[in-house]
Design a protein around this ligand. Structure first.
Ligand code: GDP
Ligand code: MN
Length: 428
């Protein structure tokens, strides 16, 4: 099956018919971008049978899961141990001499947060400013389903060097939709709570995951932007970022960037995979032949996860930090699929996180070449860290992923071994 080989677009194009999906549905404030066709959406079409074959193969090995954990962790140490510097691309844009006059990309920092978390937001904003934004002055969008207080706003403004937008999320985008069966929701939540699934019965958490899966990129304020950098209260950034990451995304044609990838709680995702396969069977034309199918399905390190989910590894890009192109989320394949998921009620009957939703969407509908591991961005969200071996970093131990006994949770070697090509591996 050709989707397994790292074949490029030009060789495929001669063999398969093209499918063009209009990208005219989504608008940005930038006229130039309005007319630009998302290259993600032009690709050869493969049949449902071929896709199914790829999406049901979970890998084979003579080693036990335990041995694989060990082997992968040793490899991770080797990868992380390599000293790195800036990404080796020709068109990196460094800090401008005059930030006031700098022409930024169409990007914004973005956070969903509550008034009471102002202190933790400031803690993180200070680090983002110190390492990155004092050089580039990108704007910030603060989102909240409640109104931000004057106190919250004035506290934040003390620390940021870019324009700030404080925005409320419309109730219809936040609270669970009418069609959710409350009784079924209660039964589902209780079951997951009994299985110790984190946040199982916290309705606001379900709303949050749904909003980050299908809402934020259509917020009226967010619509004026193409790229966003999501951050969370209380997270750490350890390294100087001496180039414009938004321009890096744009100029290197990247759709999505992440730092950490891990397995998810398997009980939280029981139906997302069968539901997704149903959608894909109806729309095989949306699937990108250069998608990251193996990473979605490879279950060798954690076979019990793919078993519980009927085939999804639960590997995901940890979405609490991500830099991405919202044109992808606004495109037909992702948005139609996520609406399909939403209608199943799984955000409430189960506890699907936005991270696996982003991940499955990207791995099916985007070219894996456009997914970038920001190995140079030192980052921590408890309990996991991405700490590069670089002189630009301080306050973290290079390569140290976690201080707890959670090494088997790391999924990065799967991404590295199954989906990254040589060019990506040698980018730093
Ligand atoms: P975890 O990282 O999965 O443990 O989840 P968090 O509690 O960190 O929530 C993820 C993000 O959503 C953070 O940026 C939170 O500030 C935000 N968030 C979670 N729940 C709510 C909520 O009910 N309202 C608002 N405004 N933000 C929320
Ligand atoms: Mn968090």
């Amino acid at each position: 099956a050709f989707i397994g080989v790292h074949s490029d677009f030009s060789t495929l194009s001669s063999q398969f018919r093209f499918k063009f999906i209009s990208s005219g549905d989504h608008k940005t404030s930038n006229e130039h971008e309005n007319t630009q066709v998302d290259r993600n959406e032009i690709h050869p079409v493969i049949s449902w049978e071929k896709i199914k074959e790829k999406l049901t193969f979970t890998g084979t090995s003579e080693l036990s899961a335990k041995q694989i954990v060990k082997k992968n962790y040793i490899q991770l140490g080797e990868i992380m141990g390599k000293p790195i510097d800036l990404p080796k691309v020709d068109n990196l844009v460094g800090p401008p001499e005059n930030a006031e006059k700098y022409e930024r990309a169409n990007g914004t920092l973005m956070i969903l947060t509550r008034n009471r978390d102002a202190g933790a937001v400031v803690y993180t904003v200070k680090q983002i400013e110190e390492h990155f934004n004092k050089k580039f002055h990108y704007p910030y969008v603060f989102l909240n389903e409640e109104k931000f207080t004057e106190r919250f706003k004035s506290r934040i403004k003390n620390y940021v060097s870019g324009e700030c937008y404080f925005e409320q999320v419309a109730p219809e985008d936040w609270v669970q939709p009418e069609f959710i069966d409350k009784n079924k929701q209660n039964v589902g939540m209780l079951k997951l709570a009994r299985e110790n699934v984190a946040y199982a019965r916290k309705l606001s958490y379900h709303n949050m995951c749904r909003y980050y899966s299908r809402g934020f990129y259509n917020h009226p304020r967010m619509k004026q932007f193409r790229y966003y950098w999501r951050f969370e209260p209380g997270t750490d950034y350890f390294c100087d970022i001496d180039y414009d990451v938004f321009k890096f995304m744009q100029d290197s044609d990247k759709t999505y960037g992440f730092t950490i990838s891990i397995y998810d709680i398997r009980q939280s995702l029981r139906n997302i995979w069968p539901d997704t396969l149903e959608f894909v069977e109806k729309h095989p034309e949306y699937v990108n032949p250069n998608g990251a199918m193996s990473w979605l399905t490879n279950s060798l390190q954690k076979p019990e996860n793919a078993e519980e989910t009927d085939g999804y590894s639960t590997c995901h890009f940890w979405s609490n930090f991500e830099i991405a192109d919202m044109n992808f989320f606004r495109s037909k394949p992702y948005s139609e699929w996520v609406e399909y998921l939403d209608k199943t009620g799984g955000f409430y009957y189960e506890r699907w996180g936005d991270a696996p939703v982003h991940t499955i969407g990207l791995s099916l509908f985007a070219d894996r070449k456009r997914i970038h591991w920001f190995r140079d961005i030192g980052y921590k969200h408890v309990p996991y860290t991405n700490c590069p071996n670089s002189e630009k970093c301080s306050r973290c131990t290079p390569g140290k992923f976690t201080y707890m006994n959670l090494w088997s949770e790391n999924c990065l070697t799967n991404w590295w071994n199954l989906e990254m090509d040589d060019e990506q591996k040698s980018l730093y």
